[in-house]
Design a protein around this ligand. Structure first.
Ligand code: NAD
Length: 362
């Protein structure tokens, strides 16, 4: 998970929020406090041109309030792009609760957060994220109808849908770069065998791919070796495997000036958030001839499942939209090649084009 922990120089107040490097045209930032429960929350609404701002709520013990603001602003803008590119009629927003989920999480605190969300009258739709489970969303949902992914509105754990989108993205990249329709015999190095990574290797194994797996959790690695005949490798060397595809499903910033020259795969396509350490690393991958599936495009299955699930079982609709991630990636790859530009720059541009065409465009 990518959580900012570094102290920033910015003190939190309205004036500095406008000057904050991550401010980037946010529509609204709400600093919420509730004295009885001790709730301290920041709800950042970046853009509502496509619809209500949707994005999870993260509970984290931030080193300082300024870090919480930085995280909220950075993540809410990211949701604008992710939701736009996924074809959802939703804007981008994010909430953070400044608290330790292992010691401070109480039902009263979650309810107080629900009231804060409700006060925004639907401009912000909340959901689970780091430190907040779908069971917690049920508690938040006692005070607001603007909570997604509750047992009343959701399809449950979003990870299986994220994994489906990653599998479809891998197939799209494979078709595009390797001119292959069938993963049989292709070697895929998967780093991280958590909720998403393990579901991805299940799809890949069924489709006939050969797996090289890695995780700091040795029990998951053993399970993959036993269940799917995978080979294992230490996580720090996962990117060096002589594979067709490298699939990062653990932490962010794994694609950087040190690792990229060591990557032997022709494709990088995985679920991890914020895979590029810097924007230059997208260009570095392009120059190395490696096709990169932009992370927020390929890992959108989870938000699609949370956003589109209603009181009835909307699994079919969610699956259709998630499978379409493959088509979106193909469009990105084609334009990036035609214009000799990094794929993540083209992904941003496609999202911006959709935003600019929105009826509420500013
Ligand atoms: P998870 O916590 O279930 O799994 C992460 C796995 O990575 C764990 O098995 C952990 O042991 C392993 N890991 C941690 N550090 C590692 C390291 N240094 N090297 C190798 N393995 C390491 O998380 P998840 O839900 O499977 O999510 C995986 C990634 O996908 C994360 O970056 C997450 O932000 C992103 N993502 C997840 C979803 C979702 O629906 N769960 C949606 C979008 C993006």
């Amino acid at each position: 998970m990518n959580v900012s922990t570094s102290h920033t120089a910015h003190k939190v107040n309205a004036a500095t929020a406008f000057d904050h490097p991550e401010f980037r045209n946010h529509e609204q930032i709400v600093f919420g406090h509730e004295p009885v429960t001790g709730l301290k929350t920041i709800i950042a609404i970046h853009d509502t041109r496509l619809g209500p701002a949707a994005g999870g709520c993260r509970m984290w013990r931030y080193a300082c309030n300024a870090d919480a603001l930085t995280d909220a602003l950075r993540l809410s803008r990211g949701m604008t792009y992710k939701n736009a590119l996924a074809g959802l009629d939703l804007g981008g927003g994010k909430a953070v609760i400044i608290a330790d989920p292992s010691t401070d999480k109480t039902e009263a605190l979650l309810e107080a957060f629900g009231t804060q969300v409700d006060n925004l009258s639907g401009r912000y739709l909340t959901a689970e994220d780091v430190g907040i489970s779908s069971a917690d969303m049920d508690v938040v949902g006692r005070r607001t109808t603007y909570a997604l992914g509750t047992s009343r509105t959701g399809l449950g754990d979003p990870s299986p849908y994220t994994a489906l989108g990653v599998f479809e993205g891998i197939k799209a990249a494979m078709r595009y770069r390797l001119q292959k329709d069938d993963p049989t015999g292709l070697i895929v190095s998967v780093q991280g065998l958590g909720n998403v990574g393990f579901a991805v290797i299940r799809y890949l194994h069924k489709a006939g791919a050969k797996l090289v797996v890695s995780d700091i959790n040795t029990a998951s690695v053993e399970r993959a070796v036993e269940s799917f005949g995978a080979k294992s490798i230490v996580p720090t060397r996962a990117h060096e495997v002589d594979a067709d595809i490298f699939c990062p499903c653990a932490l962010g910033a794994g694609l950087n000036s040190v690792t990229i020259p060591e990557i032997r795969a022709k494709i990088v396509a995985g679920a991890a958030n914020n895979q590029l350490a810097t924007d230059e690393d997208g260009e570095r991958l392009r120059r190395a001839g490696i096709l990169y599936a932009p992370d927020y495009a390929i890992n959108a299955g989870g938000i699609i499942s949370i956003a589109l699930a209603g009181p009835r079982d909307e699994d079919t609709l969610v699956r259709e939209k998630t499978v379409a991630i493959g088509d979106t990636l193909t469009r990105i790859f084609e334009r990036a090649d035609a214009e000799d530009r990094p794929t993540q720059v083209v992904a941003d541009e496609l999202a911006e084009e959709r935003l600019a065409a929105a009826p509420l465009s500013r």
